[in-house]
Design a protein around this ligand. Structure first.
Ligand SMILES: [Zn+2]
Length: 457
């Protein structure tokens, strides 16, 4: 009999469910969830009233799409109201009694007041299950040591993720990023991990700094897996190639912190990257909406929209039609790897969207375009704005780092090539400002691509 370690999937039954069976399960769970939210939270009750519906009116996904979207701003306002009415910021949105809440997380984000949500033991078990599904698919098994080099703070990729790794029986070293690069490298030496979880920017930084800080190259660290998280770069073929070569490791992009939306890419060559498999559809209903009008966008192959999620079979703070601000592109065609279900790419933050002469531009698209010209550029850049977006008074100004070995004499020709590419592929004609290699700050956490004049970053 094969050992359990040879199983391809963590949860064979759930992860291979047919589309029809999965949709039926989602609908059954959705109907229960809306009744539960309505009965246990004044906030969600009000949402139903705004949509002119009662929970029993929700008999289909189409019925459900009439409930108004919940935004992050609304979440913050509800937290303020909750503090006034109940003495704490989460009571209004929580659906479970206080003694059942065992964890409070914050949605990831770099701006504004953190938005909180609450989990019961049941919810924490689901989150652990999702982490297990992801790492198991990627080939991690009990006995493997994984170095967790993301932020360990309230960011949901921190401790919840470490807990998920323990849940599947692998070994986590939650070193975090707060102690700096040297400490991360010290723990690579001390614990011999086979995998690292980090932002792609930190990966790039490690490749650059490793020889100086540890006397060896990143490829000599012995890492066989690089798991990208925390920012969208892992979806970029050039970034994946750079990490794969730099570390001599398989590169997986994955997402999902302490909540119910979880995805991981499959083991394809970096240039064939076709998105992450959504592994948590039994606990998360995904919808897409237009970021401006919030009208539904049908989930079809190649569709792009702002992600809206609803937690299913969830107790603590079950989000309902929550638009967290991530822009997704979805793929419904079968994946060459044979796994069923939706795949997606995170194409940017709805907040980061810029509009230049009527064209929507995301920093991630600029990064992808620039990386086509690596190593003549390092891929690091800043978008320089006079005032906050989304509307940009043209031209769009971009500060770009040229690569090692490029001279000032080479720049005009390089700029012409890049400008032509931008015009054709990104559909904007930026004004470039060139700076030498290593002049832009390397971020260990989330990279801020936009610099607003006069604003301290
Ligand atoms: Zn696949």
């Amino acid at each position: 009999m094969p050992s359990y370690k040879e199983r391809r999937l963590w949860n064979q039954d759930m992860e291979t469910l047919s589309r029809d069976a999965l949709r039926a399960l989602q609908l059954e769970r959705l109907k229960k969830q809306v009744v539960y939210n309505y009965e246990n939270s004044a906030f969600y009750k009000r949402k139903f009233e705004q949509g002119g519906a009662k929970p029993e009116d929700i008999q289909s996904f189409e019925d459900f799409a009439h409930i108004p979207i919940m935004t992050k701003d609304e979440h913050r306002r509800a937290q303020e109201a909750s503090t006034e009415e109940h003495g704490n910021p989460y009571a209004l949105l929580a659906c479970a009694p206080r003694e059942k809440i065992i964890r409070i997380n914050s949605t990831s984000g770099t701006t504004g007041i953190p938005t909180l949500y609450t989990l019961t033991r049941h919810d924490v078990d689901i989150v652990n299950e999702m982490h297990a599904r992801k790492y198991w698919r990627a080939g991690i098994r009990p006995g493997d040591v994984m170095l967790q080099a993301l932020s360990l703070s309230m960011f949901t990729g921190g401790l919840p993720l470490s807990q998920g790794i323990m849940h599947m029986g692998a070994c986590v070293v939650p070193v975090g990023i707060e102690g700096g690069t040297k400490r991360v490298l010290d723990f690579v030496r001390l614990t011999s991990p086979v995998a690292i979880i980090a932002t792609p920017s930190f990966g790039q930084y490690l490749i650059e700094k490793c020889p100086e800080l540890s006397g060896k190259t990143a490829a000599d660290l012995g890492l066989r897996w690089f798991f990208c998280a925390g920012e969208p770069g892992g979806g970029n073929p050039e970034v994946r190639n750079m990490l794969a070569q730099g570390f001599g490791a398989k590169v997986f992009d994955h997402t999902g912190g302490g909540h119910a939306f979880h995805g991981i890419s499959c083991d394809e060559p970096p240039e064939q990257f076709s998105g992450m498999h959504l592994v948590s559809e039994d606990h998360c209903l995904l919808e897409l909406v237009d970021p401006n009008t919030k009208k539904p966008v049908p989930i079809e192959d190649g569709a792009v929209g702002e992600m809206v999620f609803t937690f299913l079979d969830w107790e603590g703070g079950p989000f309902m039609r929550y638009a967290l601000g991530d822009m997704l592109q979805v793929f419904t065609k079968p994946c060459p790897c044979g796994m069923p279900g939706i795949r997606f790419k995170i194409t940017g933050r709805a907040d980061d969207m810029l509009i230049v002469k009527g064209v929507n531009v995301y920093p991630e698209a600029i990064k992808s375009a620039l990386l086509k010209f690596a190593p003549q550029v390092t891929g690091l850049f800043r978008i320089l704005l006079d005032e906050p977006g989304p509307l940009v008074n043209p031209p769009l100004r971009i500060r770009v780092e040229y690569g090692e070995g490029v001279t000032e004499q080479d720049l005009p020709a390089l700029e012409r090539k890049i400008a032509t590419y931008f015009k054709e592929e990104v559909r904007v004609a930026p004004e470039f400002e060139w700076v030498p290699p290593e002049s832009l700050p390397r971020e260990m956490k989330k990279t801020q691509y936009i610099e607003i004049k006069g604003a301290s970053v």
